[in-house]
Write a protein that binds this ligand. Sequence first.
Ligand SMILES: [Zn+2]
Length: 303
Amino acid sequence: MTDGVYYVKGVPEDISMDHIVRADGLKGKVKCLAIRTTATCETARQFHDLSPAACAALGRFMTGSLLISESMKGKKDTQTTVIKCDGPIKGMTCVTDFGFKVRAYPIENNIPTEYHRPGKINVGAAVGKGLLTVIRDIGLKEPYVGSTELVSGEIAEDFTYYLASSEQTPSVVSLGVLMEEGRVTQAGGMMIQLLPGAGEEEISYLETRAGGFPEMTYLLSEGFSPAQILDLFMGDPDLEYLDGAPVGFECPCSKERMSEGLATLGRAELEELIASGEGIETQCHFCNKKYHFDPEEIKKLIT
Ligand SMILES: [Zn+2]
């Protein structure tokens, strides 16, 4: 839908492509965001050969990380979110660059999948207890670092708790990844945040709206776009769409970047690699791409 009431500046012409939408609601007292991340999560699944539970956990984690990254203003701004946990997935790392480019990896990719009910993956069981840390590098002297314990390991609740207790921003966060026949068929999320000026009236309004609201992936599979989902959730005739943007899995790794990492190994270790005559193969954590360095190339790193 590229015209009419659901037209949002910046959203891809083909609204079935992954994208995020921002809006103001309740007369400017709440910030509303909704996102589709189906292709982003499916790309992650393919890169990391994720089992369904790992895919649901990492997909929700990427989607939530994208939503909370929306306040980044500078083109070089970057956000790293990390979960360290005692569940079978053990942990996840996600980097979101300005412009909703995301990349992520889990520590364990092939973990058993438990279900709350048929089709509903028990992400909490895959993640378990642990810590969520958010590192925002927005060009200040020191990056901003905030950290909270996981509430349930279901990810949406964990982001909600993080936002309320670490950033003092009361929010409603909803995240979902639907898998069918081993592939991601729908993924997305929504985040509604109270802005300064909001009070009890807005809080109780949002609580009422949230009660019994359908799951994100159900609405996406019924054909609702992120803009329409915000409209449906808010029920606010004055909802004002601000802008939108495409979203995607993008890894900026390159042989040059990898060589910078290799150069930090130290002279003795590099000389050993050269002497072995075979060089070394390095692999990007985020997209699993491999880079081979032969002894001649390693030599150049020393001089
Ligand atoms: Zn990469």
